[in-house]
Design a protein. Structure first.
Length: 273
């Protein structure tokens, strides 16, 4: 497909992209070292060029607890919201200030990190209660095998859950992956949202399409959201923003469902609209 988007058919909200500059402190275990900056101003220009109105910054695991650049970007650009990485002992006053700045949730990362969160500890149980009190969500990426346990813990805490990239099913099992089945069941229960995103990270275009179709069958489009995953970490020179919009149109042929997934749902969840 071409990079041209029909008038009125551009996604309204991109729910997952990263912002950083190369001079930021990077984690010693970082799995990727970005070749160039991905600044807020660069992304605003990308949004405007493709007709996208709003965006939600996904905290980048590469930079750990360094949320400073993202928070300052949220302050400068009211059309953005974002998530952050936090230590579980972060106090209520810090969280409330972050909320005022445009933070809408925390990211918990269970892949490619040396010490994944242990949600059973008192510290994380307290943090999840604070997420509930703030009406924030937990934004996570976990491998298919770990996902059922993560879903159970976060649902049990009464916290909204947003899962990245189709839930990253086991490539060998696809839609039959236990984690993907747990994700489908969680969507039906109504407190979990899933980003149909990063199709280029899936085993094949057909696999990404099959995940999207399964989610559409269960949800009818409810509690699904679209995202670009810009600037396409480790694929910077292989993927374009226009391609990610074309993927949405391929996965969701119905324009009304696309408006729900790329507009109405994320506006309610992230912007209170």
């Amino acid at each position: 497909m071409s990079g041209i988007v029909a008038a009125g058919d551009a996604p309204l909200v991109d729910t997952h992209f990263h912002l950083y500059t190369r001079d930021m402190p990077i984690e010693p275990w970082a799995w990727h070292h970005p070749p160039e900056d991905a600044s807020a101003e660069q992304f605003i220009e990308v949004m405007d060029r493709h007709g996208v109105g709003f965006g939600v910054v996904a905290a980048a695991s590469l930079y750990g607890q360094y949320n400073d650049y993202v928070i300052r970007s949220l302050r400068r650009h009211p059309r953005l919201r974002g998530t952050v990485f936090l230590r579980p002992e972060t106090d209520m006053y810090t969280l409330e200030r972050m909320k005022a700045d445009g933070v809408v949730g925390i990211r918990l990362f269970f892949r490619r990190v040396p010490n994944p969160p242990d949600l059973s500890t008192p510290e994380y149980r307290t943090l999840l209660r604070r997420m509930r009190d703030l009406d924030w969500h937990v934004h996570t990426l976990a491998s298919g095998g770990m996902l059922p346990e993560v879903i159970q813990a976060i649902e049990g805490a009464g916290v909204k859950l947003v899962i990245d990239h189709f839930g990253m099913p086991d490539p060998a099992l696809g839609v039959n992956c236990p984690g993907f089945k747990a994700l489908l069941a969680a969507v039906e229960r109504g407190r979990t949202w899933v980003k149909i995103s990063a199709g280029y990270r899936m085993p094949s275009p057909e696999a990404a399409r099959s995940y999207a179709q399964a989610l559409l069958r269960v949800s009818g489009g409810e509690r699904l959201m679209w995202a670009s995953d810009w600037p396409f970490a480790a694929f910077e020179d292989k993927v374009t923003y226009a391609r990610t919009i074309a993927d949405l149109q391929d996965w969701v042929p119905d324009p009304a469902q696309r408006r729900l997934i790329a507009g109405e749902t994320p506006m309610r969840l992230y912007f209170g609209a």
